[in-house]
Design a protein around this ligand. Structure first.
Ligand code: NAD
Ligand code: UD1
Length: 337
């Protein structure tokens, strides 16, 4: 398409996979990242897998000068905004950091975009913005609420973006609510690099199976689900990446933005995930049963009809592929500590 996209947080887990998808779709890409939760080494795989039209600018979305410089140096057609902090439990400990990176960072980015006249944005939101008691499958008009600073920071950004679009119709914003991103690039060259002890299920499964953790704790065996373990909507990061390209294509053809779920629409229990991981990879996951984790809900999965209807996008990759690619990254990629 010959367009240039600024990808904030582009060196991170979802940003790196999306950047490859953008390059493959013909976009030029400028990654803008402060490297607080990633490394510049990912530039090599991104260029190898996607193509050479990618550069990295080290900068921080909280710093107006960094943003002004990148907008002065490049003429962008759109921005995809991944940069931010994402750990729920950490957000309870250090809420100011979350509001600063996620809310203030988004505010600074919008200001810089406005000054530069770039008003097309794809924003990383989360299924965490839905109220705990909203009925599944969750559709985009379900009640919104958040129970922790991370979730509230995402909700505040969504509201901010809504107000900005209402005030000035030149703005086009695609709010993408991710369900549970897992997996890695099938090449084994890119994936998630969790710092410290992982909080999320898939990196805990791969690290425990590799022997890096003594075992995986299954949080809760008494949920009102078929096997008693909690159900989530896991989506392959490659499908998620394709969803961002679809959102840009939508906004290029329609004169408006959208808010859609990105999930598979299928609920998978913790036990089903472990069983699938063991079967696909011919390994045993060392696990123990444990009490429910505070704050967890029993069942959460997406209604994915709107994303398909508006963008013609739907997730293609199976749970088997999520498990296979996550394990390949853990065992052969740079994900192998
Ligand atoms: P990640 O930590 O791998 O990537 C975020 C990137 O942003 C990192 O490279 C980090 O160095 C960079 N960054 C952080 N603060 C920055 C700042 N102030 N300025 C510039 N760069 C900064 O996370 P991810 O999993 O790729 O998530 C990307 C986005 O998607 C986040 O906004 C996250 O909240 C959202 N999200 C993630 C998930 C998930 O499960 N991974 C689920 C829902 C939503
Ligand atoms: C968590 C966050 C959510 C965030 C999402 C990102 C909480 C309460 N919610 O969601 O805000 O958007 O990550 O992907 O933290 N599990 C285990 N053992 C483990 C880890 C997890 O049994 O070691 C279970 C959990 O109880 C849950 C499921 O696996 O039932 C998925 O957990 P996780 O990957 O943390 O995702 P969410 O809880 O959906």
């Amino acid at each position: 398409m010959g367009m240039k996209v600024l990808v904030t947080g582009g060196c991170g887990y979802i940003g790196s996979h999306t950047s490859v998808a953008l390059l493959q779709a013909g976009f030029a890409v400028v990654l803008f990242d402060n490297l607080s939760n990633s490394t510049s080494a990912v530039l090599g795989p991104i260029a190898r897998l996607g193509g050479p039209k990618v550069t990295l600018v080290q900068g921080d979305v909280r710093q107006p000068d960094d943003l002004a410089q990148v907008f002065a140096d490049h003429r962008f057609d759109a921005v995809i905004h991944f940069a931010g902090l994402k750990a729920v439990s950490e957000s309870v400990q250090v809420p100011l950091n979350y509001y600063e990176h996620n809310v203030s960072g988004t505010l600074q980015l919008l200001r810089a975009m406005d000054v530069a006249g770039v008003r097309r944005l794809v924003f990383s939101s989360s299924a965490t913005v839905y109220a705990e008691d909203a009925a599944c499958p969750l559709n985009e008009s379900a009640a919104l609420d958040a129970t922790n600073p991370y979730g509230r920071s995402k909700l505040m950004c969504e509201q901010l973006l809504c107000d900005v679009q209402a005030a000035d119709p030149r703005w086009q914003v695609a709010v993408l609510r991710y369900f549970n991103p897992v997996g890695a690039h099938p090449s084994g060259e890119m994936g998630e690099l969790p710092i410290g002890v992982p909080q999320n299920l898939m990196p805990m499964i791969t690290q425990a199976t590799k022997g890096l953790r003594p075992h995986l704790s299954i949080f809760g065996d008494d949920y009102p689900t078929p096997d008693g373990t909690a159900v989530r909507d896991y989506i392959h990061v490659q499908d998620l990446a394709a969803g961002h390209v679809a959102a840009l294509a939508y906004m290029a053809h329609q004169d408006k933005g959208l808010t859609v779920n990105l999930g598979t629409g299928r609920g998978v229990s913790v036990k089903e995930m472990i069983d699938t991981f063991e079967r696909v990879n011919a390994v045993q996951v060392p696990y123990r049963w444990a009490a429910r984790r505070a704050g967890d809900v029993a069942v959460r999965f997406a209604d994915v009809g709107l994303a398909q209807q508006l963008m013609g996008w739907r997730a293609q990759l199976s749970l088997d592929e999520m498990c296979r690619d996550a394990w390949r990254w853990q065992t052969t990629g740079a994900g192998a500590p």
